[in-house]
Design a protein. Sequence first.
Length: 260
Amino acid sequence: MGDYDSTPSFYTTDETFEKYLGQTSYYLALQDNVVELVSHAAPNRIVEMGSGTGQTAIRLTEETPATEVLGIDNRETVVEVSRTNADKLGLSNLTFETADMTEYVKTVTTLPEMVVLLYSFHHIPDPLQQKVDFLEECYTALPEGGHICIAETFLKNNARDTAAAREIQTRWAHRGVEAFASTFWSALDGINSAAIEHAQEVGEFSRDHELEAGDNVRTRDDEYLISRDWLVDHAHSVGFDVLLAEPVNSLGDGIVLLEK
Ligand SMILES: C[S@@+](CC[C@H](N)C(=O)[O-])C[C@H]1O[C@@H](n2cnc3c(N)ncnc32)[C@H](O)[C@@H]1O
């Protein structure tokens, strides 16, 4: 596994989260839709794999108060941040554990009936067979009728040619603009030069992180994205029914919901 703490699309502190990923329109839209989908299913137990600083797990817990929610992440630093965030809110039905999701699915006897991955499936490294193995292991450990909800940025296709690299560059240029715009406006809290300067600093920080993430996507350096079609085909091949595979925006983000 790679050096996750140096990967730009990751965040280790609340500050990074608040300035960047947590305020981008695309992350928030994915999170809203995941929370809504999962609430419809009203599961007794949820595991979020790759829970980061815990923001999605916290929202899932708030929206489904009768549900036991577990967040797992393989970085102890962010697990500690997520625990602190949950403690501040006094959420008794939410816990966090440090675990590698690829190991977790191999060792757990039965998974909760709802498995959520938001921007974490693509961190299962190449070769792609490792993602197929992960899906297979989830399928085995899920109860009958259980779901896995994968919210991701998807590539147009899985090719590794020049056209695909150009497509990634173009898409991430758009994502960079959107990162700037959405975080600029959420950070702006006044009409004076200090407030505007602060919002610009936040927007640029966020845009630069997104562009750097795009470089990593192109070179497959800790960011091993796949296409939605690839995921649908391979989910089918391990036995899942694909209930939904839809885009959430025009920047490549989308949600795939699978049922055993
Ligand atoms: C973009 S962040 C997650 C965002 C989070 N799901 C949210 O909604 O706020 C991706 C997370 O996946 C975690 N991660 C990467 N590989 C992992 C693995 N093999 N097992 C568990 N967590 C992993 C990283 O440490 C990181 O915190």
